[in-house]
Design a protein around this ligand. Structure first.
Ligand code: KIV
Length: 285
């Protein structure tokens, strides 16, 4: 008898550490919904982030600051249903990190784990946020410190700029990375820094370092899925490899749908239900 196929193991922090120690890279994407999560898991993605980028990508807000915590928890639940085996990270929105104190942030992080089934949380860590990393870690919550470009600090769409582009800024970034890891960060995420900066960080810490526009030295790479699929900003950042042109595909399909209705081609005979044949009964007129 052929043995029943066994479910793939869930990717956990130990698996991500193992990949790093073997010099193998992990592939990450953002996801905010069930079908995207299921496609990403089937494609072999190791990690998914329910990013606060949903504020701009899904909700049309000008910045990520307004990402709503309750909505993010609900969407993280949907992502977990679609991708039960990936390493799932909930992104702590601005409202959860700033203005509720450390206890409020820990409570919000717990919701990502206990309600949505996330494996870890990420937050944009400013210098001085070590106590928050420590409190999350002490609460048993694996935490990813997001360094480099921190979009929650940027209040206009044209304010996005690469960071750590000179030696003193690289030194500061490495110090910041070390202090976050010393405070308990289980992983780091570096956004929009040169490869020289990410190489220096990777050499300075022993936790996995995921890059978003941070060059090949990182242990894994993440992109906003909509950018990668050609559904994001018309001119995505230079580090985004646009792998599909879904904007054009979707726009074309919608246009044909409208044209078919207007021209009377839809619904065609194949789209209509038929009455059940029953003896002697006339259909309602
Ligand atoms: O919110 C997000 O999508 C992110 C990625 C850009 C890393 O933080």
């Amino acid at each position: 008898m052929t043995p029943a196929p066994t479910a793939p193991p869930r990717i956990d922090l130990a698996a991500l550490r193992r990949l790093k120690s073997e010099g193998r890279k992990s592939a990450w994407l953002t996801a905010y919904d069930y079908p995207t999560a299921a496609l990403a898991e089937a494609a072999g993605v190791h990690g998914l982030l329910v990013g606060d980028s949903l504020a701009t990508v899904l909700l049309g807000h000008p910045t990520t600051r307004t990402a709503p915590l309750d909505l993010m928890i609900s969407l993280a639940e949907a992502v977990r249903r679609g991708a039960p085996h990936v390493f799932l990270v909930g992104d702590m929105p601005y409202e959860a990190v700033r203005g509720r104190g450390v206890d409020g942030a820990v409570r919000a992080a717990r919701r990502f784990l206990e309600v949505a089934g996330c494996d870890a949380v990420k937050f944009e860590a400013a210098p001085g946020d070590e106590p928050l990393v420590g409190a999350l870690t002490n609460a048993g919550i694996d935490t990813i410190a997001h360094l480099g470009l921190r979009p929650q600090e940027i209040l206009s769409a044209d304010g996005y700029r690469a960071q750590a582009r000179d030696p003193s800024a690289v030194t500061a970034l490495v110090g910041h990375a070390r202090s976050m890891v010393n405070a308990g960060a289980a992983m780091l995420l570096l956004e929009a820094v040169p490869n020289e900066a990410s190489s220096a960080v990777v050499a300075a810490v022993d936790v996995p370092v995921i890059g978003c526009g941070a060059g090949p030295a990182c242990d894994g790479h993440i992109l906003v899925t909509q950018d990668m699929l050609g559904l994001g900003a018309p001119r995505p950042p230079r580090f985004v490899p646009v792998m599909a042109d879904l904007r054009r595909t979707i726009a074309g399909a919608m246009q044909r749908y409208v044209e078919d209705i207007v021209a009377g081609r839809y619904p065609g005979p194949q789209h209509v239900y038929h009455m059940r044949a029953s003896a002697g009964e006339a259909p309602p007129s």
